[in-house]
Design a protein around this ligand. Structure first.
Ligand SMILES: Nc1ncnc2c1ncn2[C@@H]1O[C@H](COP(=O)(O)OP(=O)(O)O)[C@@H](O)[C@H]1O
Ligand SMILES: [Mg+2]
Length: 221
């Protein structure tokens, strides 16, 4: 098994057939349980890896072929990748998990870490082969995922910010107003600052997220 690229929180290894994801950090057990539950419920409805086995801190998943969204984005395919990310996100947000989703409070299944960072695509067709990394999934406002995908592009792929129009076109709705998106980005950054603070109080991760909060707060539409 070799360590898989683009894992940012946990320890994820694979051999081309299966993937072992071992959860690290605060709430590791709950995040593993959450990811397992969502993957099981979404199987056959959204492209997600199959769950083969669940141990206390590890999930064994089927390996899904595809190229990581961030690699394809940097290879010059930003419009196609972001359009596919938008279309896949719409499918996620219209899933009815149980009687509570789609209820009149407007909450949907929020992925919780959505963006080209957690999507694999077929490099020939740009079809999404898998949406990965459901450990932060919850019921919430669709803007959370819309804003976070935008944040990933603004922070890590600033040359492609203009292609976010393809993301919203793929999703099929005009972008929510900028102040609402920016507030959602800042809320998520603060939640991640808090997560790193619980993991290693006063550590590099905390400083990193504080810096990112300052940067995000300075952005204009
Ligand atoms: N089922 C899978 N098939 C193929 N690659 C995977 C699979 N699961 C994870 N990966 C690869 O491992 C990386 C890290 O997995 P992920 O669930 O995103 O963990 P993390 O929470 O650490 O980001 C992914 O970005 C992807 O490149
Ligand atoms: Mg990930």
């Amino acid at each position: 098994m070799r360590r898989l690229p683009h894992g940012y929180t946990n320890h994820t290894v694979g051999d081309g057939t299966v993937v072992d994801k071992t959860y690290a950090g605060p709430g590791a057990r709950q995040r593993r349980a959450r990811e397992r539950l969502v993957l099981t419920r979404l199987r056959g409805r959204i492209p997600v890896p199959p769950v083969h086995r669940a141990d206390e801190l590890t999930l064994t998943l089927g390996f899904v072929p595809g190229v990581h969204g961030q690699e394809l984005l940097d290879a010059g395919h930003a419009a196609a990748v972001l359009s596919a990310c938008g279309a896949a996100l719409r499918r996620i947000h219209i899933v009815h998990l149980n009687a509570r989703t789609g209820a009149e409070d407007g909450r949907v299944l929020v992925h919780g870490d959505y963006g080209p960072n957690n999507v694999l695509l077929d490099p020939a067709t740009f079809e999404v082969t898998a949406v990965l990394d459901w450990e932060f999934a919850h019921l919430g406002d669709p803007v959370e995922d819309l804003a976070w995908c935008e944040w990933i592009v603004r922070m890590h792929h600033p040359a492609h910010v203009g292609r976010l129009e393809n993301f919203h076109a793929g999703y099929g709705s005009p972008a929510p107003p900028w102040p609402v998106r920016k507030a959602a980005m800042l809320a998520r950054c603060r939640a991640l600052e808090d997560f790193t603070q619980r993991w290693a109080p006063g550590g590099d991760g905390v400083r990193h997220w504080r810096q990112r909060i300052t940067t995000t707060a300075s952005w204009e539409e």
